[in-house]
Design a protein around this ligand. Structure first.
Ligand code: SF4
Length: 397
């Protein structure tokens, strides 16, 4: 591996020579150009520091012991990283100046920053976060009387091209690392405390990207969020929403995760679902029903179905009847019927109020626990399916 080679080289020219080998064997796709560029430039500059947040506590302890210090020093640093949210080694004020310099010589501490925020009339706050390699990703704070919910992104863009979703038209740039996802939650929590004097109560992975296609980072981020030496939030207050990757839903069951799962169904037969969600080609409704039943058998965790109503597409009584049939096959607690937010790239519209009411009444009559979710943050393009890093966001930071 190139980084190993670099460690033993002092000559910058040798590092440059190894670059093609790194590019040949890198796990990143060539569409991840700016990330590759960022990594490549750092390699050529001879910068091969490790992200300190990618070390476990045990690894940090090893580092300090091998460097001739005490184990407890690692715990102090770990607290700065995961609980005090330090963004530089200089901020770690209970470490000696010498240790702070030593750490910054060996490690790097990249962090997400808030580039801009927009405030909706209904209290919703959308923020645009910047990664260390200059990508932009969005997250939303959704306040209600009883909750402060963070809607976070798991990828920069998305590869699944759902026809109704602005992110789907961006393509996927790269996955977010677990520490970047963690930073989103920390930054949104800081906004909740600053604006509403309340801590976050819930987290939903419903922002940009398909969480189950960034499985390891999402699970690791949730582990850090739920850990007592992280944010200490209950995993029961976290919901991961998927467009339906059956294989990974089975994996969640095998991993016996403790968070809740939501399936974006949006159409209750394969023909219609394929039309708006190309992933249905390889993950049809039958395979998702089986995977969700397996997930429930293994975890007992709450499952929600998400269903956006589209005018003259999936809003008829026949569509409602098909939705009831699918609901009966899944141990789902709830169906969220979601009001659609039009985007420029697609011609979908939301149904008239009467049609929506009829749809809800049909579900109620058939004893489906369904709730109508009105959109939040529509005036700032922060509502479901609208996250896409539009230019012109109001600079408020
Ligand atoms: S709805 Fe979700 S899975 Fe589909 S394109 Fe948008 S972000 Fe990706």
């Amino acid at each position: 591996m190139l980084f190993f080679c670099c460690k033993n080289d002092t000559d910058g020219r040798i590092k440059t020579w190894y670059l093609p080998i790194f590019l040949r064997f890198t796990p990143f796709k060539f569409s991840d150009t700016s990330y590759l560029l960022y990594v490549s430039l750092r390699v050529m500059q001879g910068v091969n520091k490790q992200n300190i947040r990618h070390l476990s506590l045990a690894e940090l302890e090893d580092y300090f012991v091998q460097s001739g210090d005490k184990k407890f020093r690692a715990k102090q640093v770990y607290e700065w990283l995961w609980q005090k949210h330090a963004h530089s080694f200089d901020a770690m004020t209970n470490l000696s100046k010498e240790w702070r310099t030593k750490l910054s010589d060996v490690f790097e501490l990249p962090a997400l920053t808030v580039e801009a925020s927009q405030y909706s009339a209904d209290g919703t706050v959308k923020s645009r976060f910047k990664t260390v390699d200059s990508h932009l990703v969005e997250g939303v704070l959704i306040p209600t009387d009883t909750r402060q919910t963070a809607c976070v992104s798991s990828q920069i863009g998305c590869s699944l091209t759902c026809k109704f979703c602005a992110t789907g038209y961006m393509g996927r740039k790269r996955n977010l690392d677990f520490d970047e996802i963690y930073d989103e939650v920390v930054l949104i929590n800081q906004q909740a405390e600053r604006i509403y004097q309340k801590k976050l109560s819930n987290i939903v992975f419903m922002g940009m990207g398909e969480p189950l296609l960034n499985y390891k980072n999402v699970l690791k981020a949730i582990e850090r969020i739920a850990s007592p030496d992280g944010l200490g939030m209950s995993p029961r207050r976290i919901t991961v929403s998927t467009a339906g990757v059956a294989k990974m839903i089975l994996q969640l069951g095998d991993d016996e995760v403790r968070f809740k799962l939501a399936l974006s169904l949006h159409a209750a037969n394969d023909t219609k679902r394929h039309e708006i969600m190309p992933i249905n080609d390889t993950n049809n409704i039958r395979s998702l029903v089986e995977a969700l039943n397996y997930f429930y058998r293994k975890t007992g965790n709450e499952i929600t179905l998400e269903y956006i109503l589209f005018k003259d597409f999936n809003d008829s009584p026949e569509d409602a009847a098909e939705l009831v049939k699918v609901f009966r096959q899944i141990p789902a607690d709830l169906v969220n019927i979601i009001e659609y937010n039009p985007i420029d790239m697609a011609s979908f519209r939301k149904p008239d109020e009467q049609v929506t009411n009829n749809f809800m009444q049909y579900l109620e009559k058939n004893r489906v626990n369904a709730r109508l979710r009105r959109s939040r943050g529509k005036d700032i393009d922060a509502a479901c399916g609208q996250l896409a890093n539009k230019e012109g966001i109001q600079q408020l930071q």
